[in-house]
Design a binder for this molecule. Structure first.
Ligand code: RM4
Ligand code: MN
Length: 382
């Protein structure tokens, strides 16, 4: 398949929470025109798809996106030309979860957390979503606070119950994060822990790689290559980090890393094998819809460059042990300006060549500011 055809088939998922207000623990800055409910978040996500052509689904976060009728929300999405993507569970924002959710020493709290995860599968059934994303903030702050090994047992028990509830065409993705909010020991701190749990469960449990969830200097593309080879890479939460879990626009901090990741995805056959390419970002100071459009474009550009790698020339150089030639093949692809190619592709897709400019000129930014007055803006926890 030629490069343009592969780029045309790309599917990048945007997160509902990127359209609401967010911030740091110091301040959440409110922006005008921000959605007030999940319906408006989906409308904004539909704009990103309208101008990029490659963002056809939007992920929900429960309970932030709780509605009375999920089938109706899915219908609303369809009418706007998008679909519901991954359902993200949230067992980190309730007082009961202070000492953990599924690994909490208290069986009552564990039951409550597991019930939430099962409810999320009901929402998948109602919306047609095939992916549940599990991220646990569980962990401990002090040595001796709880039994590290017992917490792994509780985690395994919870995952087993949720796994058993999945329908035949559904899966869950287990996310890891090396620290925060737990600081001494996190219960799912790394890909190895997530992988081991998923391996025991079966093919419908896979690992999701959030690019912001690693220590500085971690070779993320190695993790990607390894998990893909094992059939255990389920998807990505794309974002950029400078320091910790910064949730900045993907490709902003390190576009070269994003290229290396996409190269391993393509090399490992993951580009078209059902891996979910999701964004997990928060736009604290930049406008949200353009922030998402820029992010989608950054993923597209990295993908185009990765598709340009001359695989035959690379294999020859590698076999010949020609270190510099092999490196040059990758760098040639990375250093290619793919923007004209993508502008061309958009025109073939009946889109404007510059999605940022087209969105800015569309009237939508002004329309939401005028229309969305009154009511509470959506944000973390809403
Ligand atoms: C977590 C994790 C999850 C995301 C929440 C908002 O750090 O990355 O994927 O759902 O944040
Ligand atoms: Mn994430």
């Amino acid at each position: 398949m030629d490069i343009k055809a592969q780029l045309r088939a790309q599917h990048i998922e945007t997160p509902s929470w990127a359209y609401g207000n967010s911030g740091t623990r110091f301040k959440v800055f409110a922006q005008r025109g921000v959605p007030r409910d999940p319906y408006e978040k989906i409308a904004d996500a539909a704009q990103v798809h309208l101008f990029t052509g490659v963002a056809p689904t939007v992920a929900l976060h429960i309970p932030w996106d709780r509605v009375d009728d999920y089938a109706d929300l899915a219908r609303h999405a369809r009418e706007l030309g998008v679909g519901i993507g991954a359902i993200n569970s949230n067992v980190f924002q309730d007082d009961d979860y202070m000492l953990g959710s599924v690994t909490n020493p208290d069986a009552r709290v564990r039951r409550k957390a597991i019930q939430h995860l099962l409810d999320c599968v009901d929402i998948m059934d109602a919306t047609g979503s095939d992916t549940l994303k599990l991220w646990f903030s569980d962990g401990i702050n002090y040595p001796g606070q709880d039994d590290i090994r017992a917490r792994q047992d509780r985690l395994a028990e919870a995952l087993t119950e949720v796994y058993a509830r999945l329908g035949p065409s559904q899966r869950f993705l287990l996310e890891y994060k090396f620290f925060e909010p737990a600081f001494y020991a996190t219960d799912v701190p790394d890909w190895g822990t997530a992988y081991a749990h998923c391996l025991r469960l079966g093919p419908q449990a896979q690992v999701v790689v959030d690019t912001g969830h690693h220590a500085p200097g971690t070779n993320i593309e190695f993790i990607v290559a390894f998990l893909l080879r094992e059939g255990k890479l389920g998807g990505f939460d794309f974002n950029s980090r400078f320091y910790a879990d910064d949730d900045l626009m993907v490709g902003a901090a390190d576009p070269f890393q994003l290229f290396r990741i996409m190269y391993e995805v393509i090399r490992g056959g993951g580009y078209t094998s059902g891996i979910a390419f999701m964004l997990d970002q928060c736009h604290n100071i930049e406008p949200k819809i353009p922030g998402q459009i820029r992010s989608v474009m950054n993923v597209q550009e990295a993908t185009a460059k990765a598709l340009l790698v001359d695989r035959a020339a690379l294999a020859n150089a590698q076999t010949a042990g020609d270190v510099l030639a092999a490196n040059a093949v990758l760098m040639d692809a990375y250093n290619t300006d793919v923007r004209p190619l993508l502008a061309d592709l958009r025109q073939e897709m009946s889109l404007a060549p510059d999605p940022m400019a087209a969105y800015a000129a569309s009237g939508y930014p002004e329309k939401i500011v005028t229309e969305r007055v009154g009511g509470a803006q959506a944000g973390w926890g809403a």
